[in-house]
Design a protein around this ligand. Structure first.
Ligand SMILES: NC(=O)c1ccc[n+]([C@@H]2O[C@H](COP(=O)([O-])OP(=O)(O)OC[C@H]3O[C@@H](n4cnc5c(N)ncnc54)[C@H](O)[C@@H]3O)[C@@H](O)[C@H]2O)c1
Length: 272
């Protein structure tokens, strides 16, 4: 463990899997107390156990606000229920130094067939819930004069692809939330940034590679080249730990002047 985030309390959403999990582990390695939030409560507990095991199981002196006894805690929550989320924070204010809005899902349909309920689900989870969490996190950050908000957007926050209208709209929306929060928070010590990955080699993408290879009767390398690296000038995909490393930089002291920016990690896709 190093101490770039020592005494920081961080909330990472969607942290039971993929990029969120890697970010929670990286933050804990840097000394933060991490709240592992996910609708998958078992998965969140497993990440908490992984963090405790990595730190030798020893409870550690926590964070800014004194809550939580160990290096991490799980929070089972359905972030798509934004009314319940807002009501919870009215009762119990959110007190964190770092907020990473990462939870996300994908649904694919042409616009004319897109079910409204799926559109709303994606936009509640990926646009409304980052807004509700940001709104809840800012008062304590402003009181301390220090805070970091990191929104996991996507190359689809900067570019579109067919059949992904809800996802593309939510990810573009979160870019607007990021820039506005950055302008309001900057003078008060709170930065807000977006990270914009192309494809990341998460378990989900790995499974899709294997499935497509089987379906098409071609090798996994060919699927990677033809499908997942189609727009990337770099001939390999980043892994979740690469995205987590950007989160650590943005959350650290060195990130204090990085504000309102889109951090692409897409092999050059958005340079086109
Ligand atoms: N993997 C990629 O290639 C890629 C590319 C660009 C952007 N992103 C973005 O990065 C973020 C993380 O992606 P990932 O690939 O690591 O995803 P993932 O599927 O591995 O993890 C997402 C997590 O979010 C949780 N989640 C889903 N719905 C939830 C809800 N209603 N309430 C609480 N938690 C919920 C899931 O349980 C899961 O643990 C997402 O916002 C995604 O859009 C991913």
């Amino acid at each position: 463990m190093t101490d770039l985030l020592k005494n920081r309390r961080a909330l990472v959403t969607g942290a039971a899997s993929g990029i969120g999990r890697a970010t929670a582990l990286a933050f804990a390695r840097e000394g933060a107390h991490v709240i592992v939030a996910d609708r998958d409560g078992g998965g969140a507990e497993a990440v908490v156990a992984e963090i405790a095991a990595a730190e030798g199981g020893a409870p550690e002196a926590p964070c800014a606000s004194d809550a939580g006894g160990g290096p991490a805690e799980a929070w089972e929550v359905d972030l798509a229920d934004t009314d319940a989320l807002e009501a919870r924070f009215a009762e119990q204010p959110l007190d964190v130094d770092v907020l990473v809005n990462n939870a996300g899902i994908q649904r694919i349909h042409p616009v004319e067939e897109f079910p409204l309920e799926e559109w709303r689900l994606i936009n509640r989870l990926m646009l409304e819930s980052p807004f509700v969490l940001t709104k809840a996190a800012l008062p304590a950050m402003y009181r301390r004069g220090w805070g970091r908000i990191i929104n996991l957007s996507s190359v689809h926050g900067l570019r579109a692809s067919a059949h992904k209208s809800a996802y593309v709209a939510a990810k573009h929306g979160v870019m607007g939330l990021t820039k506005t929060t950055a302008l309001e928070g900057g003078p008060r010590g709170v930065t807000c940034n977006a990270i914009n990955p192309g494809y990341v080699l998460t378990p989900l993408v790995q499974n899709q590679v294997a499935d497509l290879a089987a379906q098409r009767g071609i090798s996994e390398d060919a699927v990677l080249d033809e499908v997942f690296l189609e727009h990337s000038a770099v001939p390999s995909l980043p892994v979740p730990e690469d995205v987590a490393a950007i989160c650590v930089l943005l959350a650290s002291e060195a990130g204090r002047a990085i504000n309102g920016a889109a951090h692409s990690i897409d092999g050059g896709w958005s340079a086109q």
